[in-house]
Design a protein. Sequence first.
Length: 214
Amino acid sequence: MNVLTENFALYGKGFWGTVQLTFYGSLLALVLGFVMASFRVAPVGSFRVFGTVWVAVLRNTPLTLLFFAVLLGLPRFGLVLPFQVFAILALGCYTSAFICEVLRSGINTVPKGQGEAARSLGMSFGQTLGTVVLPQAFRSVIPPIGSTLIALAKNSAIAGAFSVNELLGTYKTLSELGYNIIWTFVWIAVGYLIITLSISALFHVLEKRYGVAR
């Protein structure tokens, strides 16, 4: 227990770093995922190609490699930002590909007649997607979106290898101070458990309120 009590501030700083990475990375992933899902089903061919390439590249690229590309590659092109922001970009872009496919699968569950009826009323593609199709699609994909964001929270541990403050990185300092490595990781695991269970609880509430009744 002394590992936690004597280093509560260090654990707290790492925990808060992981919470920030998870929160902002999730927001970015949801926004980009929504945009790419819209591109994937758009009537404009160039949009569909862009969305397809985005998903294909990011889903088949190791996240660690993407971190290297963003954190070490972008500064070479003159884009200099805090490493935490680069980490959020890497996490958000990577996860957006999975969010996109989850949303697209939900869109495919909506009967085509819904979109045809909306278009017959004179609604544009954007209006049809935003007011008719996506609200119905979202209701059916709440659980997989939650699972994807839980994976993002755990993937944020990679950021510690790139000098970004996060929970897993606290083990380096504690190991150097001579604390028991097993209990060090036990409390790190507890921290991740708190974050992932919080996300799970949030999406459980959303599913009960908005999800499709089975």
